[in-house]
Design a protein around this ligand. Structure first.
Ligand SMILES: [Zn+2]
Length: 640
């Protein structure tokens, strides 16, 4: 430990046995936060064990609590984040939004019944520039309950500003501490407010809270509680009136108890704001499309840069003793790359359409639900930064889908799946219920204008399963399918079915990560950094082992990982002669062409689709074992 204070060298929970030191303790704080409870001479430090997910506490002197808090908060960590753009180039961001600054995060109130059951005292503070939170705390103790001096307080006085406008400070009776801990573990509810490392994402979500919360409660809850308090007050007044023989109505009037008008007004104003204020959807959109802030630093060489995407990455696993090598999980990194690529793609499309009415409606309609989701997370015992990311990313997925639906309806030229069949919009005219394999071919053909779309590739990717056994191998140089290199990117928007889309995306991220690791290895070799070379080899082997586990076949060439078509590999050993190959090609070609003709026949049979039929007939040509689509007109298809 950098301090002379020892924190839980080992997790005390049954069957866990996780060991902690100063580096992995800091990482645990990054993941789930830390709480400090203090009274005049004593303190308690608590954090979540990343392995067993239970709360660990340690007693310390007040000064030791301060020391540890300062050490966690002020020790300089050179944070560099590393992301990859669409072309697979690695971009180094000089600083991520993780700052080594601990912030008190307690924007919501615990429910009344919890506060009562555990005898918790509290006050809610709204940020005011002229009164410091330390002064507010002193005022609360002096004015309401002097005995709180002997209770544990959840806020440790310091200069770091709590990151949320509203914050609740709690006091706990020493006798109730273990009951509170038990409550956390039993109910999964966070009783002790945590300090978290500062992140841009959480700060921006917190800045949205004012649109649904009043003093740490939802507007509706605040109103309901207020009415409940009023009822109680009226009872008291009534009793008083009877006892002193005064006029009840006059007393009520004097006390101004019955007044919820101000809350009703706030709620109404707020609903109007959400419906009309252009700032709100803009702020919300910024949150949803914000990029991840990977955690890593120069010492760790980006090792931890997946922590933004995986809640509880160490659950039931041994949490590493040191930060550097052991938590390196290549498969986890792979998944993270997939998530990142997906995020970039969604954010881009949503941004391009941000002024559309349906985007604005979505944002206004979803805001309250999103904030309530955030509240649930934050009040949960297992809350972590990655959970917030996941919450907002799920919301982005919904928005992305809404955009795609909106685009589809706006576009004069569109083609997409509809139930078992397809729907084509041509020149604003929709045609539904188009069934048959040939429509898959048409979809792929029009998604790659000007490019040759080989019959055999269509077959390899989408042909019938039972047919594949008969297919004869194609030599590697002949495979120009969309599983390779540039062709993959041009079919980026082409979706044949969700399964195929996911499969393609997954393969692309495997290719990207392999390329990245391979370049890193080459760089390490050129610098003569043998430790790093070993590590990169180790990582590459992990990726390859993972691919073997998934039963994916590939070739390695230069710095590239190239996937083989499934048909190619399935039948590799059973093929021989050129004649057989020729025959096989002919069968495939005939089949693909027949599917295509059938689809065109269907279009032809629809009287209103004459223009569509003419367009395809004129502009889809068949040559050299491939289709090629060359539209003269300025037609842009919307395909997804
Ligand atoms: Zn544990």
């Amino acid at each position: 430990m950098h301090t002379d204070v020892q924190i839980a060298p080992e997790c005390p929970h049954k069957g866990c046995g996780q060991v902690f030191n100063d580096t992995n303790f800091r990482l645990a704080v990054y993941l789930n936060g830390v709480f400090f409870l203090v009274k005049s001479d004593k303190g308690i430090i608590g954090f979540t064990c990343p392995k067993c997910q239970k709360t660990i506490t340690n007693s310390a002197s007040y000064n030791d609590v301060l020391k540890i808090k300062n050490w966690l908060s002020n020790t300089f960590v050179d944070i560099v984040s590393c992301t990859e753009n669409e072309k697979g180039e690695v971009i180094l961001n000089p600083k991520s939004s993780f700052e080594p600054t601990l912030n008190y995060l307690s924007p919501f109130m615990l429910k009344d019944e919890i506060v009562d059951e555990l005898s918790i005292d509290y006050f809610g503070s709204t940020h005011m520039d002229d009164v410091s939170i330390a002064d507010e705390i002193l005022n609360h103790i002096n004015q309401t309950k002097p005995e709180l001096k002997d209770w544990y307080c959840s806020f440790v006085g310091d200069s770091n500003k709590p990151i949320c406008k509203f914050r609740t400070v709690y006091w706990f009776d020493e006798k109730k501490i273990s009951a509170c801990l038990q409550y956390e573990n039993d109910h999964g509810i966070r009783i002790f407010p945590r300090y978290h490392y500062h992140t841009g994402l959480m700060e921006s979500v917190n800045s949205l809270l004012e649109f649904n919360y009043f003093m740490g409660k939802t507007f509706d809850q605040a109103k309901a509680d207020h009415e409940k308090d009023n009822a109680k007050a009226l009872d008291v007044i009534n009793a008083c009136a009877e006892k002193t023989n005064q006029n009840y109505k006059n007393l009520v009037k004097e006390s101004e108890v019955n007044n919820t008008a101000f809350l009703t007004k706030i709620i109404k104003q707020n609903q109007e704001r959400i419906a009309n204020d252009p700032v709100i959807p803009a702020k919300f959109l910024k949150v949803l499309t914000s990029a991840p802030a990977p955690l890593g630093n120069l010492l760790t060489d980006g090792v931890c840069d997946y922590l933004w995407s995986e809640p509880r990455p160490f659950e039931d696993k041994d949490f590493p003793e040191s930060f550097v090598d052991e938590i390196d999980d290549t498969v986890l990194r792979l998944r993270t790359h997939e998530k990142f690529n997906k995020h970039v793609k969604m954010a881009k499309r949503v941004h391009e359409n941000q002024n559309k009415q349906y985007v604005q409606n979505f944002l206004r309609g979803k805001l309250v639900k999103f904030l309530e989701g955030y509240e649930n997370l934050m009040q949960s015992n297992r809350f972590s930064y990655a959970d917030v990311w996941q919450l907002k990313e799920n919301c982005l997925i919904d928005l992305y889908e809404a955009v795609n639906r909106g685009l589809r309806d706006d576009m004069p030229y569109a083609m997409h799946r509809e139930g078992e069949g397809w729907r084509i919009v041509f020149n604003g005219k929709p045609f539904s219920g188009l069934r048959g394999k040939g429509f898959y071919w048409i979809y792929y053909i029009i998604s790659a204008p000007g490019k040759k779309v080989y019959y055999r590739d269509l077959h390899a990717q989408f042909g019938d399963k039972e047919q594949t056994e008969k297919v004869i191998a194609i030599e590697e140089k002949d495979v120009k399918g969309f599983l390779i290199g540039e062709q993959l990117s041009l079919s980026d928007d082409a979706v044949y079915s969700n399964r195929n889309k996911e499969e393609l995306e997954k393969r692309q991220s495997y290719e990207n990560i392999y390329k990245k690791l391979s370049f890193e290895k080459a760089e390490a070799i050129s610098k003569g950094d043998t430790t790093k070379v070993d590590r990169k080899i180790h990582e590459i082997n992990k990726v390859l082992k993972h691919l073997d586990g998934e039963n994916l076949k590939y070739k390695l060439k230069d710095h590239k990982l190239i996937f083989e078509s499934k048909d190619t590999t399935d039948t590799k050993d059973t093929t021989d002669t050129k004649e057989a190959t020729g025959t096989k090609y002919k069968i495939i070609n005939d089949k693909i062409k027949k599917n295509y003709r059938d689809a065109m026949g269907k279009i032809k049979s629809i009287r209103e689709a004459k223009d569509l039929y003419t367009h395809f007939s004129d502009h889809i040509k068949s040559e050299g074992g491939a289709f090629i689509y060359t539209p003269h007109e300025d037609i842009i298809w919307h395909l997804d």
